[in-house]
Design a protein around this ligand. Structure first.
Ligand SMILES: Cc1cc2nc3c(=O)[nH]c(=O)nc-3n(C[C@H](O)[C@H](O)[C@H](O)COP(=O)(O)OP(=O)(O)OC[C@H]3O[C@@H](n4cnc5c(N)ncnc54)[C@H](O)[C@@H]3O)c2cc1C
Length: 579
């Protein structure tokens, strides 16, 4: 096993992780040695897929926009579960971050007054989403990658997969990982660690996210005994291509696309009269499923999937300029040109609002409401700083990655510069224990097919934790998921080699997803209300009296313990959510 000693280790090279690397470098004037670790090549991180844009109030003169309005939209969009102090921090810092990315080289679309263009997005009162065509994530990632690879103090470990996080009494000690290319173990020892490993929407069978979005960092933290927050809130994006689940960005509706049922009607009028197709995603996803359930959907011949139509035909001229990738995707995947035909769409898992429980500064908490850990941050989609609450507004995630990338990068740098070297007794023994566990997994000749377990898990979640949920079904599914997880110990790995063993990688990811799937089910099956993306048929209303609270789940040994903490309300008292 190779032992590598750094000042800061950052897990993840998406927009959150690479942004943190830049700010930690700048804050320390390049004095800190930073390891930037990614199980993929950095530029294949999920963030490259982000399409529609990044939110932020850029211009207030001659405009009705304001920080207050962005905060209000986000809080209302979250169905009042967002922590309002965190939302205020997000909206105040987002504009600066958009300009920061411009300085890094992102070619923001500009209007005829040479200002950064902003397009409308769901649940936003005003157009405030900056974009680079429909390839925003790609351009942001390219700018970040070009910058971090120019820093001498940052060392990139591409295709290096973390499997375990070591802490001692809430203090960060190290990360165990496997160099996928060689199969060799690497133990990263550092003063500080920033986890930026993305979300876990791959626990569903149909999702818009990349194959690597398996929630590894969240599972690592969970198994290290750290608390997770609001795991029941999974966002289903209303417009994904059938049958693949490839995203048709909300920008398609922002640019003016309509949703039509089988009677040719813009049905959103019945669900969100004032916002129509630009209502928040939870509301549109429910509307689509309600239309389908009422017999006003279409059926896809090959897959048998029900769907509605997204009509862009009236946008002819704008499609090539503003939505070139969408035209390309439809042409290649369905042999359908959106200039001439409507696009068949239905909701699919897209974003995970829950994640590692953090403070407002992105510091990982040690317990439900107790003190912070030492030297550990979680940012981007894996961290639940709770700006999205029960339902994220589109384009707020990239701002979250950028804002907390800066905060955590700077804070971790300060911490690492000030930290006195403390002992890390037992770290090597624990790493050897983890190396042996992985060795046993590789040698396992059990009876369980890992891919079968994964499909059972994904189908169970898809069936019982989709857009509409039912109490009895969730309880049964929770038991079933626990049973599937228990079978994981008998899983077999077919490929016994060490060099680029993708089979072993998959099995580790499946283990992570199973832990998180059980956590989702445990949290969801307790919440007796409809709030944001958690819509329960038997409890169709939001119940603030009993349920205006965050769910926390933590592992105590083999037991999962669920508890609740209050939501931080500053200025915006919960109101009925009407659009
Ligand atoms: C198709 C699509 C389009 C989207 N468009 C938008 C948009 O326009 N605007 C918006 O605001 N949001 C959008 N989102 C959401 C947004 O893209 C994500 O929330 C955001 O990019 C997450 O970034 P991240 O840095 O947290 O993680 P990611 O970009 O997911 O990166 C995770 C990193 O962690 C690494 N990693 C994971 N596990 C391990 C491990 N075990 N060991 C080592 N490394 C590991 C990965 O290799 C990767 O580098 C979109 C989502 C999807 C699915």
């Amino acid at each position: 096993m190779e032992l590598l000693d750094f000042d800061i280790v950052i897990l993840g090279t998406g927009i959150a992780g690479m942004t943190a690397a830049i700010h930690a470098t700048e804050a320390s004037k390049g004095r800190l040695r930073i390891a930037l670790v990614s199980k993929l090549h950095a530029m294949r991180s999920h963030s490259v897929c982000a399409e529609g844009g990044i939110s932020g109030v850029l211009y207030t003169e001659n405009s009705d926009d304001s920080f207050q309005l962005h905060a209000y939209d986000t809080i209302k969009g979250s169905d009042y579960l967002a922590d309002q102090d965190a939302v205020e921090l997000l909206v105040r810092n987002a504009p600066h971050e958009i300009r920061f990315f411009e300085h890094l080289g992102v070619p923001w679309d500009r209007n005829d007054k040479a200002r950064i263009s902003q397009r409308p997005f769901g649940g936003m009162s005003i157009p405030r989403t900056a974009f680079a065509a429909d390839k925003t994530g790609f351009f942001m990632m390219r700018a970040l990658y070009d910058t971090v690879t120019g820093y001498e103090n940052v060392q990139l470990f591409n295709e290096c997969m973390a499997t375990s996080l070591f802490t001692e009494k809430g203090r960060f000690l190290g990360i165990f990982s496997i160099d996928l290319g060689t199969g060799k173990s690497i133990l990263f020892k550092a003063k500080a660690c920033i986890i930026a490993t993305g979300g876990f929407a791959r626990v569903f069978s149909v999702t818009t996210t990349s194959y690597a979005t398996t929630g590894d960092g969240i599972a690592l933290a969970y198994r290290a005994g750290l608390p997770l927050k609001d795991m029941e809130f999974i966002q289903f994006h209303p417009t994904t291509l059938i049958p693949s689940g490839i995203l048709i960005t909300e920008a398609a509706r922002g640019e003016g696309g309509y949703l039509l049922n089988s009677q040719g009607k813009r049905f959103m009028e019945a669900y969100a009269k004032s916002k129509m197709e630009l209502a928040p995603r939870d509301i549109i996803s429910r509307a689509i499923i309600s239309e389908i359930d009422a017999g006003r959907g279409f059926k896809h011949d090959k897959s048998g999937l029900d769907y509605v139509e997204l009509d862009l035909r009236h946008l002819k001229g704008r499609i090539d300029e503003k939505l070139p990738m969408i035209r390309d995707i439809c042409t290649k995947m369905l042999n359908l040109d959106p200039v001439n035909e409507p696009i068949p769409v239905r909701p699919a898992a897209h974003f995970t609002m829950g994640g590692i429980h953090t403070s407002i500064d992105g510091k990982i908490m040690a317990g439900p409401s107790s003190s912070e850990t030492e030297g550990l941050w979680a940012i981007g989609e894996c961290g639940s700083v709770s700006v999205h609450g029960a339902n994220r507004l589109g384009s707020n995630s990239l701002s979250q990655c950028a804002v907390w990338g800066r905060i955590a990068g700077r804070d971790a740098a300060k911490y690492a510069l000030d930290a006195k070297s403390k002992g890390s007794d037992g770290l090597m023994d624990r790493a050897i224990g983890e190396e042996e566990r992985i060795g046993r997994l590789l040698g396992n000749r059990g009876s369980e097919d890992p891919y079968e377990l994964m499909h059972e898990m994904q189908n169970t979640l898809e069936r019982s934790f989709y857009v509409y949920r039912r109490m009895g079904e969730m309880a049964r599914a929770a038991k079933k998921l626990a049973a599937i997880r228990a079978r994981y110990k008998d899983v077999y790995v077919t490929d016994k080699k060490h060099i680029y063993n993708t089979n072993l990688r998959d099995v580790i990811e499946i283990g992570n997803m199973l832990d998180l799937a059980v956590a989702v089910a445990e949290c969801a099956s307790r919440r007796k209300e409809t709030r944001g993306a958690h819509a329960v048929v038997e409890y169709p209303e939001r119940e603030d009296k009993s349920w205006l609270k965050h769910t926390i789940i933590q592992m105590h040994g083999e037991k999962q313990v669920v508890s609740y903490i209050p939501v931080n309300i500053t200025k915006w008292q919960p109101q009925k959510r009407v659009y």
